[in-house]
Design a protein around this ligand. Structure first.
Ligand SMILES: C[S@@+](CC[C@H](N)C(=O)[O-])C[C@H]1O[C@@H](n2cnc3c(N)ncnc32)[C@H](O)[C@@H]1O
Length: 340
């Protein structure tokens, strides 16, 4: 019997740390989430108005959003995510846990999850080419120095082409962690129907699933190996003003990779505009979504309602998922797995 009736296939408005306490033990198959990055305003006090206010894009004088370096950010992220990971550990079956992060603070997130008792199984890299470079030139500061005009010009010339140490960010790390299997992977799969990966969740040109993923075409070799479907133009919904919407195809791929049972329950405690729930629903899985901002829970509900309206897409997704599950013949693979 499915647990967590109050939360199942619903989006709950509230603080994830509190709501997680209300979920039953061992009741969730997969956690797929994209928590706050803990850069600037994007933290556990994420506020819709402040994040969406364009005037706030430059939050520190002359520093673009996201570029304020502060050791406290990583420490606060570690402390907060340790609590989140602890609470997820209790509600998750020995199974799968994916969490997006930023390259800058990934290490804090992965350490928090590791220290909460999970096994860090891998780090996936979501690769992209389009992003804004954030490194800054220093001419502005040179001009303010109390030196002669000639000295300023000399320095500007000398430092031509040199900027603050920020490379263009072209990947997002995705942690793949697992609550340790009970006994062996085989016993665990028989008891909980979760904990192995589905190698029929192919990428590119029918390739074995790897830890590099792309959702845009880059070049032939990369596309042949790593491409999952490109996001559809309208998949976000024209009404969606969330700043960090993930591609649906990426979330669907991660769920295909790990969901075995058609009754699987997918939890996203930081649902934002609902991409995880939409992906789960399209695949015919159950979801539990939580977000602290009502503006986003409303957007997520609208996106889910749109899928409902388009029954064709839903049915197609379901069929596709069951075909994949059938094809996966996961028990045939068992001899390859032993507890490591
Ligand atoms: C990176 S966004 C998720 C975006 C999502 N992947 C999407 O595709 O729309 C993180 C979300 O966490 C939410 N959030 C921040 N602190 C929270 C908390 N304490 N409890 C629940 N949600 C929180 C924010 O409102 C934000 O929507």
């Amino acid at each position: 019997m499915l647990k967590n009736k109050k939360f199942l296939n619903k989006i709950t408005l509230g603080d994830a740390l509190k709501i997680l306490l209300e979920l039953e033990d061992n009741s969730v198959d997969i956690v797929l989430t994209d928590p706050p990055y803990f850069l600037d305003k994007l933290d556990n006090n994420w506020n819709y108005q402040k994040v969406n206010n364009r005037k706030n894009t430059w939050i520190v004088k002359s520093l673009p959003a996201g570029m304020k370096f502060d050791k406290q950010q990583g420490m606060a992220f570690y402390d907060w995510y340790s609590k989140v990971a602890d609470r997820i550990f209790r509600v998750l079956k020995p199974g799968g846990f994916f969490s997006f992060s930023s390259p800058r603070l990934y290490h804090r997130m992965a350490s928090a999850v590791d220290d909460a008792g999970f096994n860090i199984r891998d780090c996936l890299m979501w690769l992209y080419t389009q992003n804004q470079a954030k490194a800054m030139g220093l001419n502005h500061f040179i001009k303010k120095r109390n030196i002669s005009k000639e000295a300023k010009n000399d320095l500007i010339q000398k430092l031509d082409g040199w900027k603050t140490p920020q490379l263009k960010s072209c990947f997002e790390p995705i942690m793949m962690a697992q609550k340790p299997a009970e006994k062996t992977f085989l016993e665990n799969m028989i008891n909980y129907e979760v904990g192995l990966i589905n190698i029929n969740a192919k990428t590119g040109d029918n390739m074995f699933p790897s830890n590099v993923l792309a959702t845009e075409k880059i070049n032939n070799i990369l596309d042949r190996c790593f491409l999952v479907a490109k996001p559809k133009k309208d998949e976000k919904g024209f009404f969606n003003d969330h700043q960090t919407v993930k591609p649906l195809s990426l979330c669907e791929h991660l769920l295909r990779l790990t969901s075995f049972s058609k009754n699987s329950v997918v939890l996203d405690p930081f649902l934002g505009s609902g991409t995880t729930a939409v992906a789960a629903k399209k695949l015919g899985l159950n979801y539990i979504g939580i977000d602290i901002n009502q503006e986003y829970t409303r957007i997520a509900e609208q996106r889910l309602a749109d899928i409902e309206a388009d029954a064709n897409i839903f049915e197609k997704g379901k069929e596709q998922n069951f075909t994949l599950l059938k094809q996966s013949n996961i028990f045939g693979l068992m001899p390859c797995y032993s507890k490591v």
